[in-house]
Design a binder for this molecule. Structure first.
Ligand code: X2X
Length: 336
């Protein structure tokens, strides 16, 4: 029997369903963002900043959920790009080193002693070479949006000061990423071994490896000196930019407005993080020295000895990276 009360109840239920449907259709869409380092590091902070800006500008319609510590690829950071390309991961703020196994052009940044300073990095990423790198990424099913920075990588070890290639003789060095690193450290007479960041810290602790290379921010925040790495050589042998990127199908599924917001916020978060990383460098170095780390700076002559010892790496890798790209980068650096 349709009592007035029952009709009221049905009407209320229908209204409730309508509200639910409406809220479902405008429900926030959550996208995953992979990073190797957490927000204890500038890298992770860059991703969090991106998420914050996107949340704000889309009024909560898009939510970026950051998954640090390479957890979406079971700790294997060199699989991050493939996972993003296949759609297992929606987005990432990733390192050129970690993506270089799938995007050989990214080895540009790992060419030893190719980028002398921050202005050189900016000239490359901000110019024609940077566009060529982005095209290389896009041609592999991932949309790159902006640059960030992990930083210039410095060399640490537990054995002694390193100021010339001979000091690396037989030294077991943990390296990451593409075989280029194997070649660089082999050319220097060291004994490189490739492993993920997750495995690197225990390997340093147990002394399974004698050394590693990472930017000052990573050395500082991860307290690498506390696992016996008491010697640090500032050699700026390469800079590792970060790239903010999105899986192609995810990108295609977004509205024009959301795409625009994702891009502009990635650029903002990247610029913010690059400036912060660079500003913090000198204070980090001071802190590291205060903790008792012996820091070696290279004279021009010592620097030249390292450059000479790694020429073979350029000869072997420039054809793989693409001579045109390397030339565009070289010209940008010269004109900086
Ligand atoms: O593994 C590393 O050395 C790190 C954290 O710097 C990168 O992911 C490239």
């Amino acid at each position: 029997m349709n009592s007035p009360r029952r009709i009221t109840r049905i009407a209320a239920a229908l209204a409730g369903a309508a509200v639910l449907t409406a809220s479902l259709s405008t429900q926030a869409r959550e996208l995953s963002v992979s990073t190797v380092l957490s927000d204890a590091f500038p890298w992770g902070q860059a991703a969090e900043k991106w998420a914050e800006l996107v949340e704000e500008r889309t009024g909560g319609e898009l939510t970026l959920r950051v998954y640090p510590n390479s957890q979406l690829v079971a700790g294997d950071q060199t699989r991050e790009f493939s996972a993003m390309r296949s759609g297992l991961i929606d987005m990432a703020v990733g390192s050129t080193i970690n993506w270089s196994p799938q995007v050989p052009e990214l080895n540009l940044f790992s060419l030893p002693f190719f980028m002398p300073d921050e202005a050189a990095v900016d000239a490359v990423t901000g110019g024609e070479a940077g566009e060529m790198v982005f095209e290389a990424i896009e041609s592999r099913g991932v949309i790159p949006l902006a640059w960030g920075e992990n930083g210039f990588r410095q060399l640490s070890n537990s054995r002694g000061p390193i100021s010339e290639p001979g000091d690396l003789n037989g030294l077991k060095i943990r390296v990451v990423g593409s075989p280029l690193f194997q070649d660089t450290f082999t050319a220097l007479g060291a004994d490189p071994t490739q492993m993920s960041w997750t495995d690197a810290q225990p390997a340093l602790t147990t002394g399974a490896v004698d050394g590693q290379e990472n930017p000052l921010s990573v050395f500082d925040v991860a307290r690498i000196d506390q696992v016996g790495q008491e010697h640090l050589t500032l050699w700026n042998y390469m800079n590792d930019p970060l790239i903010f990127a999105v899986n192609q199908r995810v990108w295609d599924s977004l509205s024009e407005e959301h795409r625009e917001i994702l891009r502009e916020t990635a650029v903002e978060a990247g610029e913010w993080e690059i400036a912060m990383t660079r500003e913090q460098e000198s204070e980090r170095l001071a802190d590291i020295q205060e903790r008792g780390v012996q820091v070696t700076e290279l004279t021009e002559e010592q620097h030249a000895a390292f450059v000479n010892a790694t020429r073979s790496v350029h000869d072997k890798w420039i054809p793989r990276i693409g001579p045109e790209l390397v030339e565009a980068a070289r010209q940008a650096i010269e004109a900086r």
